[in-house]
Design a protein around this ligand. Structure first.
Ligand SMILES: NC(=O)c1ccc[n+]([C@@H]2O[C@H](COP(=O)([O-])OP(=O)(O)OC[C@H]3O[C@@H](n4cnc5c(N)ncnc54)[C@H](O)[C@@H]3O)[C@@H](O)[C@H]2O)c1
Length: 276
């Protein structure tokens, strides 16, 4: 918690977290391809592309920890996803290893498991079911985290962030929303908890939706302060049958043939009748 780098330092979540981090740390280095605004006296900006390994090495020089938020935050074509979310995440870890930066908080996503039905309660131990190339890139990031712990002792908390918008704007968002202060609480656990090697948690405030059960987050001391329904401001959002069935919502739609399929934990076909 002394010298902290934030990739994607000009983005929405970084901007939310900075307000909580500033009073608690010595220095924050904001790394991004677009300029970060309103720098405080203990903040600096480093212009750098995640795809540029050399730039990331320089960017993490002297940093104790990195909060890796940078990259594409939703679905894009694979050729855009590769340099940013795939190579970019790898570059951040290589740069961390080169600089002795041995703590990472990785902004993973609920879209790593978006193809689980809404009727199912899952835990971080259930196998990932990414709903997009974006979700695939988050699964990659979680695997990279484990690889760098095993190889180099870099410790990571991957937070599968639900919805970090200013407020939940739909029933789906209310099932998975996380307030800024609850997200900061998890980030702080990720930066400081001595037992973390390469752990994965879900990032949500208190909710009664029951999509995720996360005993690990609780064991690590996470006690969410906000209740999602208190903040719900529903907007008219029409979902396809596929989107409405799966946890990933509209992210599941792209390139989907419209047939809802289920599989069990062994990867075998489950008929929809048997499931319900
Ligand atoms: N906002 C949410 O609800 C949510 C939910 C789940 C996961 N996440 C994850 O959290 C992270 C932050 O999300 P956000 O909402 O702040 O997104 P954002 O788009 O506001 O911030 C991402 C930042 O990354 C920067 N960036 C993009 N490509 C880059 C590159 N090649 N090199 C350097 N910087 C680059 C962008 O300029 C941007 O400032 C993302 O990784 C996203 O996938 C967000």
């Amino acid at each position: 918690m002394k010298r902290i780098a934030i990739t994607g330092g000009a983005g929405n979540i970084a901007t939310q977290l900075r307000g909580f981090l500033r009073p608690e740390v010595e220095h924050i280095r904001l790394i991004d391809i677009k300029p970060a605004q309103n720098l405080a006296t203990n903040e600096s900006f480093f212009e750098g592309d995640l795809a540029d390994a050399g730039a990331m090495r320089v960017a993490l020089d002297g940093m104790d920890s990195v909060i890796h938020l940078g990259g594409l935050p939703r679905e894009f074509d694979i050729d855009e996803m590769l340099p940013t979310n795939i190579l970019g995440t790898y570059n951040v870890y290589e740069a961390a290893r080169a600089n002795g930066t041995n703590r990472v908080v990785f902004a993973s996503s609920n879209h790593a498991t978006g193809f689980y039905p809404r009727s199912r309660t899952i835990t971080p131990l259930d196998v990932p079911r990414p709903d997009t190339r974006y979700g695939l890139s988050k699964c990659w990031g979680e695997m990279v985290a484990g690889f760098y712990y095993d190889k180099a002792g870099i410790r990571t908390l991957s937070i599968r962030i639900g919805n970090a918008g200013p407020y939940p704007n739909s029933e789906r968002a209310a099932a998975i929303w996380i307030s800024a202060r609850d997200l900061f609480q998890l980030v702080k656990i990720g930066l400081t908890h001595p037992d973390i090697a390469a752990a994965v948690v879900y990032g949500m405030s208190r909710t009664d939706a029951g999509w995720w059960r996360d005993e690990l987050a609780e064991r690590l001391g996470y006690r969410p302060q906000d209740y999602t329904r208190d903040h719900l401001r529903p907007e008219p959002i029409v979902e396809s049958p596929v989107a409405a069935f799966f946890q990933g919502g509209g992210f599941c739609d792209r390139d989907h043939d419209g047939i809802i399929r289920l599989r069990d934990e062994n990867g075998l076909v489950v008929s929809r009748d048997a499931f319900q």
